[in-house]
Design a protein around this ligand. Sequence first.
Ligand SMILES: [Zn+2]
Length: 552
Amino acid sequence: MYDLKIKNAKIVDGTGLKPFHGDIAVIDDIIVERGKNLGLAKECYDAEGLVLCPGFIDVHTHYDAQITWDATASPSLDLGVTTAIIGNCGFTIAPCKPEHRELNIKNLTKVEGMPYNTLKKGIDWNYESYHEYLSLLESKNLALNICSYIGHSALRIWAMGEEAMQREARDDEIIEMEKIVSNAMRSGAIGFATSTFEGHNGTNGIPMPSRFASREEISRLIKAMAIDGRGIFMLTKSNNTEIKDIIKLLGNVDRPAMVAALLDNPMKKSWAYNVLEDITKAQNKGYEIWGQVSCRPLTMEFTMNEPYMLEGLLAWRDYMIQNTVEDRKNILKNQKFRKAVLNEILDTTKNKLFVGNWEKIKLINTKRTSLLKHLGMNLVEIANFYNKEPFDWLLDNAINDGFDDLFAAELLNSDNKQVQKLLKHKYASIALSDAGAHTSLLCDAGYAIELLSKWTRELKVFSLEEAVYNLTGKQADICRIPKRGRLVPGYFADMILLDPNKISTSAAYRKDDLPAKSDRLIVDSVGIKEIWVNGVNKNKNTAGKLIREYLS
Ligand SMILES: [Zn+2]
């Protein structure tokens, strides 16, 4: 007698092979049989007309903090993600000494847009070392499976204190970090993650700690990661880092590298694709490198209090270091400052988040009656109305008490033709949900559903089996996650039952359910009937696992 049987399903098994009609049987947390007319089970679902596929593996999330107060990683599990990888870009909250908690919180508030009061109230700090952090997660009754990187920025703060955001590390500090990375791997980290990306700034706009690291430091930490011949090197790369530089960082370490974030940039059309082509060349030479791409346009909601899209600009730093509203207004009035920022925005030699396409920014909310008539209009339209340049209007508006006006910017990755080329690339890893981060700016946690709805059902860019493979089996292979991502006997029963004609997400909406009542953007799934994690229906019980063992 089986514990669970799903019968009459169209099974898309995560291997990329053609779907077939049949049953899947589970005992405990393992798939034990698949075929037609399988025997009796304690629990049975008739899945006629529905698709059964593996749960999605979201390789780029930032649930490090949230998972300590919300073991369901909301909303990801409800959107079909049964395994999430945390610690991307190196922005972990472990290891962390008590005296560094405040700095880590302030950095996360800035770099990942997590509300300060939420982190202050929400994080369970019942750990110091990385090992203790993993044990804490294990004690949390996780509702989905979690894999965790050891993160470079938290590691530097542990070893160097505040100087982590001022300078390169000394040899003795690197030695200490090497030990922690190796120990973290032995405790069950999936790999080592870091960022050299210009847009990654911490408290007061100071670059995140990992951005102060020398190449030697990063190389030595990759080596420390690979101590037992395991581990994924995850890098969110600087605009100036090329694939050949990553090969140099890897040196003679024969481990896979995951590179983020390859988004289509309307002003630099072939940039992301060219990186993938460089990755192909590296793969052909034996270096296993993967490029993280996204199937969603990068849309961010922002106010001029914290315009994330400008925060990667060197010239914008002068704004970020101001403490009072008056000081902020003064710097915004400064014509030299305006000119420097605008020049940097319009400099097309660099790949940036925002490249001056003002028509892609819309006013979506304001409390000021004088502005109501412009709701829904883009910056070019509004600026024309006042006979101004868009950038000048945006800053003038902030100065005139418009700091809280809410804008939405469609920044990158919105050209379907270009994005399709990225998604279909052999060495692309479809990811970049950033789930758990930028909670009030965006919600891309439903990216996997969008691959199945928009890109598969509507645009027919993928067959269903190909799309599912990209979200499941392929990710498990890249990340060396054992026995997940495929519906085959011997594998863990992480499964989703869905209606292929209905699967989609709701429009994003706001909900103030974070600790300290901060609000966030959230989406719901449509067309997902059931979700099982390790053989257990998510509505009945929590059965997620902290994954600590990986393939080499
Ligand atoms: Zn990230």
